[in-house]
Write a protein that binds this ligand. Structure first.
Ligand code: SF4
Length: 457
């Protein structure tokens, strides 16, 4: 039987474990802050800093494939009040962590702007927001600041302001260069626009540029993917995320602009990925974990070689920093022992911050079992292997059901399962998600606590 057909089941992308639909033990505000505080103490002992994520939800038009939390508007006046709310939320964190009273400051190693479209804000607005955050933290010497950007609205001034503040990594939404595909997904963006932003960033000193691409979009064909990857090869970004399109029109009604009949399915969809992968590898890109590629000169590849790759809600990162504090509507934070997501409705988020509350909507406090399984799933996602020898070679009771669930994968040659470890084979790479699912106890024993489709998480 064709392996792609056999293992073609919806599955999570494991940017967290448990995945969001299975969160069922909301932390209180006090528990959440306490878990951050604990993570900060542990990180300090290991001389590791923290990460801040700032979500800017605004976009000037809607791309129909989009699964992000966005607010579509052309009204530029919304930026100012939103910045004030972000700053107030950050102040609430500082107060709760006792930093304002004690003079302590967050040791900041990573800062990431995501959206939405961070460059929806004007260069002056970005400058004012970020300068005010940065003056309240201790920026670590080896810091990495990165931003997402949409080449259609990003100017040289945006890039220059961010470069001045220490940003060196840029992630550009591209998705596909084919005009027919761009038209149906409502994102018309020429190669020239993407080239201009890429070249300006390089001139300004950005050292790592990522392109986001998607396969499985409506009307994509082998030929259109070939043309897209050809354009990507001409622009030569340092990293590429090559995601599978997730069709969830019951959650994202904008995806009703096309039908399932317009989408490449099953084997055809995977063949698009395989074509793209081969073309990228032919010119020096290396596949990393799931859906990611990097040049050997990029820190993501170096960290994957050194076994230091990490994965969180932003995808793969070159190292593990803790905790991750998310600011802004719908942002997710991760203290390792707990997750917390902010309100997803902009008005509710703003009004709760105005009232002086951390605007937490939901989250999860990890159980002892979650912590063990999280470690194994993270190992698999970042290193293609996991081992239980580290715990003195003893078998952990939480893994009892795993060998049975892995049997079929062993039989098909997708993994090697030994006394003290499990390794994904070269043949098994496309099925990494399925391997992780065998370690996912919650997926196999309970219905999700929320109705979100897990493949989008
Ligand atoms: S620009 Fe990005 S966040 Fe905004 S709608 Fe398009 S894909 Fe979604």
């Amino acid at each position: 039987m064709n392996l792609l057909k056999k293992y073609n089941v919806p599955g999570p992308r494991y940017t967290s474990y448990p995945t969001v639909p299975y969160w069922d033990t909301n932390p209180t505000e006090a528990q959440w802050v306490q878990s951050i505080d604990q993570a900060l103490s542990e990180a300090a002992a290991q001389k590791v800093g923290a990460a801040l994520y700032l979500h800017i939800p605004f976009c000037q038009s809607l791309c129909t494939y989009c699964g992000c939390n966005t607010r579509i508007t052309r009204n530029r006046e919304v930026g100012g009040p939103y910045i004030q709310t972000l700053l107030k939320e950050w102040k609430l964190y500082q107060e709760r962590l006792g930093h304002t009273a004690s003079g302590k400051r967050l040791p900041l190693t990573e800062l990431h702007l995501g959206g939405g479209t961070p460059t929806f804000l004007s260069p002056d607005e970005l400058d004012s927001l970020l300068s005010r955050v940065l003056e309240t933290v201790d920026v670590q010497r080896d810091h990495e600041f990165s931003t997402e950007a949409d080449p259609r609205v990003t100017t040289r001034d945006h890039l220059a302001v961010l470069a001045k503040l220490g940003f060196k990594r840029l992630s550009l939404g591209v998705q596909d260069f084919d005009p027919k595909v761009q038209d149906v997904v409502h994102r018309v963006q020429s190669e020239e626009q993407t080239r201009a932003t890429t070249e300006q960033a390089r001139e300004l000193g950005y050292t790592s540029i990522n392109f986001d691409l998607i396969y499985g979009l409506p009307f994509q064909t082998q030929k259109s993917i070939e043309n897209t990857i050809d354009a990507v090869r001409r622009l030569r970004p340092d990293r590429i995320a090559f995601y599978a399109y997730a069709h969830v029109p019951w959650i994202k009604p904008s995806q009703r602009r096309f039908t399932e009949a317009d989408l490449p399915g099953g084997d055809d969809k995977r063949a698009l990925y395989e074509l793209g992968r081969k073309m990228l590898e032919d010119v020096g890109y290396r596949e990393i974990g799931m859906d990611h590629f990097a040049l050997e000169t990029d820190s993501l590849w170096k960290s994957s070689k050194q076994g230091q790759l990490h994965r969180n809600f932003m995808g793969y990162t070159a190292r593990n920093v803790a905790p991750l504090i998310g600011l802004g509507v719908s942002s997710i934070g991760d203290s390792w022992r707990a997750f917390a997501q902010n309100e997803k409705l902009l008005e509710t988020y703003q009004s709760r911050v105005e009232k002086g509350e951390l605007p937490l909507l939901r989250g999860h406090v990890l159980s002892a079992e979650d912590l063990v399984l999280r470690r194994h799933i993270l190992n698999l996602m970042t290193q293609m292997k996991t081992s239980w020898a580290r715990d003195g070679g003893t078998w952990d009771q939480y893994l009892d059901q795993v060998p049975g669930r892995l049997q079929e994968l062993v039989k098909d040659g997708l993994i090697e399962f030994r006394e003290s470890d499990c390794q994904v084979t070269e043949k098994g790479r496309p099925f990494l998600r399925n391997v992780c699912m065998a370690f996912d106890a919650r997926l196999t024993r309970q219905a999700p606590a929320t109705q979100l489709f897990s493949q989008t998480i």
